[in-house]
Design a protein around this ligand. Structure first.
Ligand SMILES: [Zn+2]
Length: 201
C-alpha cells in the first residue's frame, strides 16, 4: 500500500504541503472519477461506485475539510484496487467496517498518500519529539509545523503507531481548543466572521 501511495503521489505530482481538496479534485478528474457531495449520517464517510466502467464517489458533505480529504483519498484506493470486489456495484465506507482488510488497506493508503510516514518521522525529529515524552502542546506545534492537511486524530494515530504516545493517551484532550488557547482563534472560527458568512448565504 505504501509503495502504491508513493507511486500515485509521483504520478500526480503531490507534495504534502500543497495538497488540499482542489488538488484531489484534479486527481479525480484525471482518473475519470465523478464526485458527488451527499447528505448522509456521520457513520458513512463516502461510497465508491462503479457502474459499467463509470466510476463515481459520493462524499459525505458534512465532513470537515481534513476528514473529507482523507475519505476521498481512501476511495481512490478502492478505485485502484477493489473494482472486482464491489458489492452491488459499490463500497460503502465508514467506521463500522474499518476492521475489514480491504478497508484497513485503504486507510493505510490514504495516510501514506496524504502524509508519508517518513516525512512525519523527519518532522517529529526536527521538532525534538521523544518517545513516551510528548505533551499535548507539542502535538499542537507538530500540527502547525508539519504543513500536512491532516486532523489531530490523524496525528494521534501516527504518534501512537510509532510509539511516541500510548494508545488513547490523549483521548480526553480537545486539541482544537488547546490550539486556540495557545495561538488564538483563527479568523474563520470567530463569531463575527461566521455571522458575516451567514448573512452572505
Ligand atoms: Zn472504504
Amino acid at each position: 500500500m505504501k509503495d502504491l501511495a508513493a507511486e500515485k503521489r509521483l504520478k500526480h505530482g503531490i507534495s504534502t504541503n500543497t495538497l488540499g481538496l482542489q488538488k484531489i479534485r484534479d486527481v479525480y478528474k484525471s482518473e475519470g472519477i465523478a464526485i458527488d457531495l451527499w447528505e448522509a449520517s456521520h457513520r458513512i464517510r463516502a461510497v465508491y461506485m462503479c457502474d459499467g466502467g463509470d466510476p463515481s464517489v459520493l462524499v459525505n458533505r458534512n465532513l470537515p475539510k481534513e476528514p473529507r480529504l482523507f475519505a476521498m483519498v481512501h476511495e481512490l484506493k478502492h478505485h485502484y484496487c477493489d473494482q472486482t470486489v464491489l458489492k452491488n456495484g459499490q463500497i460503502r465506507c465508514g467506521d463500522y467496517n474499518a476492521h475489514e482488510l480491504m478497508e484497513k488497506a485503504a486507510e493505510v493508503f490514504a495516510a501514506e498518500f496524504i502524509y508519508p510516514a517518513q516525512e512525519f518521522l523527519d518532522c517529529a525529529k526536527s521538532v525534538g519529539l521523544k518517545n513516551g515524552e510528548v505533551s499535548p502542546e507539542e502535538v499542537v506545534e507538530l500540527k502547525r509545523v508539519c504543513g500536512a492537511p491532516v486532523s489531530y486524530k490523524f496525528l494521534q494515530k501516527r504518534l501512537e503507531w510509532y510509539g511516541f504516545t500510548e494508545r488513547g493517551e490523549f483521548a480526553k484532550i480537545q486539541f482544537q481548543k488547546l490550539e486556540e488557547k495557545l495561538h488564538g482563534v483563527p479568523i474563520f472560527r470567530q463569531p463575527w466572521f461566521k455571522a458575516r458568512r451567514h448573512r452572505r448565504n
